[in-house]
Design a protein around this ligand. Structure first.
Ligand code: XIL
Length: 504
């Protein structure tokens, strides 16, 4: 597949034309939509699943909605090597079997981590001994699962939490230290990647951590990781991906979270330059304990889920979007003083966040989503350059013509979840073809340039209509629409334009 403006424009036309059919069609699932786009949406198999403590609809939901899976705890060091050189892979074997039976990508989590290591490891202090212990653990574990785990978290959470960031060292009151770094030094990371790669050269190898969605600027954790990835690539250390755990809190209680998805986009772009993927590996968007989990909170949570999915689909070097759990009922979040962070509620019913993810996937037509497992995202620049303006113009015309032919202007949509097209390239193509309108928000006013009268529809991030005006010329007030992030669609005659707006 070629990822060019060219294909994205043509497919937009197809999406718009197919609107009616997709609403009435077979049930859509996250998994189905992700597969069409060459991407993985995943979740954990909760520890309770392994002990048979979960209702049947848990597994049914897990299989129906996800095409990637990871054990919550069962492949960590303390579970796989409870005493020295005595390995227990029973639960890991169950996970890889489950993944295989259900056609899922399997993640291995995690090889070198300071947490959930057994006491017998922590009692060692000698560098050579610990190097030997880690090497043996990696060789036996990766060897056992060779060919069955698609991607390993080789090192987890090795960076400390405070600025200046550095490798996590000796324990503090609030945070444990790392037995690996404290006794071996930074070479434990380099070695872990090399040992893993030697045993299973086909597996993807990730560095995984939290708080990486907080920006890549000076003093940031992601900035530190980026420097290390650069160094690793220069040294030939076989890292292929960074995992951003992305355990975040709903915005009212953490205002700085607002930019999280865009921060990941910036991080992904930097990693792409190094030929490294960025995956979302443990997403949950918790609401602070004690805060109401009401309709407003759930809608807000949905907005944020959608922002992450939008970025995920738009960045060519992102491959997996993994949520840390299926249902709120068995989520680990209570321990973080958070609640209700997942996309299915206690009864395994879909939450607004689920609808948000579906809306985002549908808004990104399959041919506009790059498949980093099939095509080389490091070549994208040259592909983009080769895609000349002239070509773009001719495609713009084709898009506009097919939209005109199909007359896609949809009448009242009050109860439907509509697919919404992504902005950017499509928008450029359409406005280039017609020169009819541009859309700008200033305060609560939406300004539309162009002569014709246009229909304006505003949708929330779950794809639900929140505002509509059939005949707008010049500008329209959106004073009735609450603050938030929305998609606006402007339709004039037979052409339409979609873009994302923020009302503050
Ligand atoms: C959590 C599990 O969900 C809990 O059941 C367990 O008690 C602690 O670990 N970062 C990680 C995951 O990499 O392994 C953690 O999982 C959550 C934070």
């Amino acid at each position: 597949m070629k990822f060019t403006r060219l294909t994205s424009g043509v497919v937009l036309a197809a999406t718009v034309i197919g609107l009616g059919a997709s609403v009435a069609g077979a049930q859509e699932t996250l998994r189905g939509l992700a597969e069409e786009r060459g991407r993985y949406v995943g979740s954990i198999l909760n520890s309770q699943w392994f002990s048979g403590g979960l209702p049947g609809n848990y597994e049914e939901t897990q299989k129906r909605e996800f095409n990637a899976v990871v054990c919550e705890n069962e492949m960590k060091f303390d579970a796989t090597e409870p005493s020295q050189n005595n390995f227990n892979f029973n639960n890991g074997d169950r996970m890889v079997k489950y993944a295989k039976q259900n056609g899922m990508r399997a993640r291995g989590h995690a090889l070198a981590w300071h947490s959930q290591v057994p006491n017998w490891v922590n009692s060692h202090k000698n560098k050579q001994e610990l190097l030997g212990i880690l090497k043996n653990h990696i060789e036996k574990t990766v060897g056992h699962f060779k060919g069955q785990i698609d991607e390993w978290d080789v090192v987890n959470e090795a960076v400390n939490d405070n600025d200046p960031h550095d490798w996590r060292a000796t324990a503090t009151n609030s945070r444990p230290g790392s037995v690996w770094f404290d006794n071996i030094g930074a070479e434990f990371l380099d070695s872990a990647f090399v040992w893993t790669h030697r045993v299973d050269p086909d597996a993807e190898l990730c560095y995984n951590d939290y708080n990486l969605e907080q920006g890549i600027g000076e003093g940031s954790k992601a900035g530190f990781v980026l420097k290390q990835v650069k160094r690793w690539k220069e040294m030939g250390i076989p890292i292929t991906c960074v995992g951003s755990q992305t355990h975040v809190e709903d915005t009212t209680t953490a205002p700085e979270f607002n930019g999280a998805a865009e921060n990941l986009r910036a991080f992904a772009k930097e990693l792409a330059k190094l030929g490294v993927k960025l995956n979302i590996t443990e997403l949950d968007i918790g609401i602070k304990s004690g805060m109401p989990v009401d309709a407003a909170a759930l809608a807000r949570q949905g907005h944020f889920y959608r922002q992450f999915m939008d970025v995920f689909l738009e960045e060519p070097n992102m491959g997996e979007f993994v949520i840390w759990g299926v249902s709120d009922k068995w989520s680990w979040l209570g321990g973080l003083n958070r609640q209700a962070g997942l996309i299915f509620n206690d009864n395994l019913q879909k939450k607004p966040a689920y609808d948000s993810l579906i809306a985002s996937l549908k808004a990104h037509a399959p041919e506009t989503v790059f498949n980093p497992y099939k095509d080389d995202f490091t070549k994208l620049d040259s592909i983009a350059k080769a895609d000349s303006i002239a070509k773009a113009d001719s495609v713009a015309k084709a898009v506009a013509d097919s939209i005109a032919k199909a007359n896609p202007v949809v009448e009242d949509t009050s109860k439907q979840i509509e697919p919404i097209a992504p902005a950017d390239s499509t928008e450029v193509l359409l406005s280039r073809a017609y020169g009819v309108f541009g859309v700008k928000v200033s305060g609560r006013t939406l300004n539309i340039s162009g002569d014709a009268s246009a229909k304006v529809q505003v949708f929330d991030m779950q794809g639900r209509p929140v505002f509509s005006d059939k005949a707008v010329k010049g500008s329209v007030s959106l004073a009735t629409v609450p603050n938030g992030i929305y998609m606006v669609r402007v339709t004039s005659g037979t052409s339409s334009l979609v873009r994302r707006i923020a009302l503050k």
